[in-house]
Design a protein around this ligand. Structure first.
Ligand code: F0G
Length: 486
């Protein structure tokens, strides 16, 4: 386990604590109590992990032991799709946990989408994280980070966001009674309207700055540091503790069997990092005997991970990831003035804060990274809508990525593949309507400007005069066309 393990060295001063925090950098490895709030290592500035001394914690003998919780779901901690796995993120006392009933999500067998991807029947599954209360996977992380915020007595909580993080942050403030006040930072014009609506509706202080997500992220870190505000972006290691449970639910819905592939969009790389940590720990605890392969999918317009991992071969290297190569790439980005640009607004990120943790996950899970164009994303999104429960563009990157890996022969048709659909279909409706709509000018403005040339899977609305006979004739015509095509 040496190269992959969550660090546990040099923790003598923590020897009485079963859960603590530790710097990811092996040449630092500083440790901190669970009751402290650091969003980077105060000694060296690197990322921080939540670490457990499992020998001193009650761990289930088998994953199926968690099924006993289902009969106790009147207890909010057994009902929550995050906290019913509490023994696998044991950092909080039960009476400090902040939950709004998150994580009631679904793993759906999606054969029509599977056919589009090129899978054998029954082998593509979609994990719908858009079913969370605020409409995205973020609630998994927020419940854990809010729990920690409550443990450390924080009141003001902040994030930078393109929409989903801010909606989740705002709802955890409005729907709970612990005096939390939400502050969200957004880049001007860089937030999905429906998500801005959620933040405003839930009463968050919304600070709009000139710039994009990467700029807002830099500022929120500075402001949180200066004003002692609790930071809720995924650089917060407690967020990732909550997001591990997406993998537990995938296993649970799959009869505790490990699939062959997990395919996930890559933005700030919080999910991929959390999934890797989940599997490292499950393997360490003997709760699984094999690990799925991980595929992280960038948008081509925000391809930092793919460039660093696939082209420049940056690797985890036991925590000593090649920072010179990473720095050189960021300098190139700065020098060229290139900003992240993709229709998949949630992954329009050039400086992923969890890069190193993601490299660890890729190494442990024998991972691959790919990038997909906005055309591939929009086509995949339309297929998910037509053959599943629907998703936002960023989520569809996972399906587009799975298709690409099938075409390359990296994924076999007989592999069991789970694509994570991270956010709800009703985010970024402008993109969806531009794709399906008949308005060419709107298509060009919203999608053509991003290199999308065709809407090959469009379901066009039909324009009919306000006349009963015309309407009936049109319905007959379209029904005939449909049955002829069937
Ligand atoms: N998918 C969705 C729907 C997201 O909202 C995000 C991130 C990602 C994927 C990227 O996830 O960081 O785990 O790689 N959204 C952030 C936000 C930027 O502000 O809501 P990651």
């Amino acid at each position: 386990m040496a190269g992959y393990s969550i660090p546990t060295t040099e923790r003598t001063e923590r020897s009485t604590e079963a859960a603590y925090q530790q710097c990811l950098n092996p040449s630092c490895s500083a440790t901190f109590g669970i009751d402290e709030a650091h969003f980077s290592c105060p000694k060296c500035g690197d990322l921080v992990d939540v670490v457990y001394d499992w020998d001193r914690l009650p761990v289930p003998r088998a994953l199926s032991d968690f099924e006993a919780k289902w009969s106790r779901r009147l207890d909010p901690l057994c009902f929550s799709g995050v906290w019913r796995f509490r023994e696998l993120l044991p950092f909080a006392p039960a009476d400090r946990i902040v939950t709004i009933g998150e994580g009631q999500t679904l793993l759906q067998r999606a054969d029509k989408v599977g056919a589009f991807v090129g899978m054998s029947t029954g082998n593509l599954m979609l994990q719908y994280e858009g079913m969370n209360p605020s409409g995205s996977f973020k609630d998994n992380g927020m419940t854990a980070a809010f729990t920690h915020a409550r443990m450390v007595g924080a009141r003001r909580v902040a994030c930078a966001s393109t929409g989903n993080t801010s909606a989740a942050l705002a709802v955890y403030c409005s729907a709970t009674d612990h005096g939390f006040k939400a502050i969200i930072f957004i880049g001007s014009g860089k937030i999905a309207y429906g998500k801005l609506a959620q933040a405003l509706d839930h009463g968050a202080l919304t600070v709009q700055i000139v710039g994009d997500f990467d700029d807002a992220m830099t500022r929120v870190r500075e402001v949180s540091d200066r004003l002692g505000i609790y930071l809720m972006n995924s650089v917060n290691p407690f967020r990732l503790e909550g997001q591990k449970t997406i993998m537990y639910r995938v296993l649970e819905a799959n009869g505790w069997e490990v699939p062959d592939w997990i395919v996930v969009p890559g933005g700030n790389l919080g999910n991929s990092s959390a999934f890797g940590k989940a599997f490292i720990e499950l393997k360490h605890l003997g709760l699984i005997d094999r690990v799925p392969r991980l595929a992280v999918i960038n948008a081509a317009g925000a391809r930092t991970l793919n460039e660093l991992y696939s082209a420049r071969e940056v690797r985890w290297r036991s925590g000593l990831a090649d920072s010179a190569k990473i720095g050189a790439f960021y300098n190139e980005l700065d020098a060229s003035g290139v900003k992240a640009s993709t229709i998949a607004s949630a992954i329009e990120i050039n400086r992923p804060v969890n890069l190193k943790k993601c490299l660890r996950a890729l190494e442990f899970c024998d991972g691959v990274v790919r990038q997909v164009s906005d055309q591939q994303i929009m086509d995949a999104k339309a297929r998910v809508g037509a053959g599943g429960l629907g998703c936002e563009p960023a989520s569809a990157a996972s399906v587009a990525g799975a298709k690409l890996l099938r075409e390359e022969g990296v994924i076999a048709p007989s592999d069991r593949v789970v694509c994570i659909l991270t956010g709800h279909q009703l985010k970024d409706p402008t993109a969806t309507v531009a794709y399906h709509g008949a308005d060419q000018e709107n298509f060009e403005k919203v999608l053509g400007s991003r290199g999308v040339r065709r809407a090959g899977f469009a379901n066009r609305p039909v324009i009919v005069p306000n006349d009963l006979d015309d309407i009936i004739r049109t319905i007959a015509l379209y029904s005939e066309a449909e049955s002829a095509g069937a």
